[in-house]
Design a protein around this ligand. Structure first.
Ligand code: ADP
Ligand code: ADP
Length: 221
């Protein structure tokens, strides 16, 4: 199964991805995590990407497409993958479709998790992420057992640089302008599945898991 998660920043893609990985054991590739690791490591990619990320803009297609396609060629992704945060532009979607087609693979489904803009602001301003493994929390909606510490690996919880109010607003504009067109793009290819991201994490997860289980059955037939 080759699955893609799409949705505005803060919709709950990472939160659901954690659960989907546990359910189905799919290798997970999140371009935001890949880019933040590159920034932290001070690689060329990180140096080029940082200013765009801090400004709520997308990193240029030519920087990210190669990185992602290379990751998908790894042995890890040979039997399927779960993508989060890629594609984010039509050009990225075209490049992904083409690369998969060349090796006789295709996208199984695109899972759209949607929430209104005002909910995005509430979620991102309270988001905390663990320093080690990107486990996600929210100060009000999903607090850790001990303040500032990850329940799962004990590492410190941090706030992302781009989860500040002024950058959040820019990221929303970027989403509506550059990423939302993917909804029609994938709907036209009959790949889109919609989920109401304003429900609780467990309700969203139940719905997503049931959909993936059905897709898997159809795939096996
Ligand atoms: P969110 O959790 O808010 O959806 P991500 O962690 O996926 O955000 O991405 C953080 C930032 O990394 C984005 O604002 C953007 O600058 C950059 N980024 C991530 N994925 C891509 C991509 N596919 N194309 C361009 N930029 C990307
Ligand atoms: P994304 O990966 O789409 O940017 P995250 O999974 O990081 O989104 O979630 C953004 C914030 O909202 C996090 O603080 C997370 O704990 C919280 N969150 C995620 N899903 C829900 C939900 N269904 N209801 C309330 N808060 C949520």
């Amino acid at each position: 199964m080759n699955l893609i998660l799409v949705g505005p920043p803060g919709a709950g893609k990472g939160t659901q991805a954690e659960r989907i990985q546990q359910d189905f054991g799919l290798p997970y590739f999140a371009t935001g995590n890949i880019l933040r690791a590159a920034v932290a490591d001070g690689t060329d990619l990180g140096k080029q990407a940082k200013a765009f990320m801090d400004d709520g803009k997308l990193v240029p297609d030519e920087l990210i497409i190669g990185v992602l396609l290379e990751a998908l060629q790894s042995a890890d992704a040979a039997d399927g993958f779960l993508l989060d945060g890629f594609p984010r532009t039509i050009a990225q979607a075209d490049a992904l479709g083409e690369a998969l087609g060349k090796v006789g693979r295709k996208i199984t489904a695109v899972l759209l998790i949607d929430v209104p803009d005002e909910e995005v602001v509430r979620r991102l301003s309270g988001r905390r992420e663990c320093a080690k493994n990107h486990h996600t929390y929210h100060v009000d909606f999903d607090p850790p057992k001990h303040e500032g510490v990850c329940d799962q690996d004990g590492s410190k919880l941090i706030q992302r640089d781009d989860d500040k109010p002024e950058v959040i607003k820019k990221r929303l504009v970027t989403y509506h302008e550059q990423t939302e067109p993917l909804v029609d793009y994938y709907e036209g290819r009959d790949l889109l599945r919609r989920f109401d991201g304003s429900r609780t994490p467990t309700e969203v997860h139940d719905h997503v898991r049931a959909t993936i289980a059905t897709l898997r059955l159809e795939d096996a037939i």
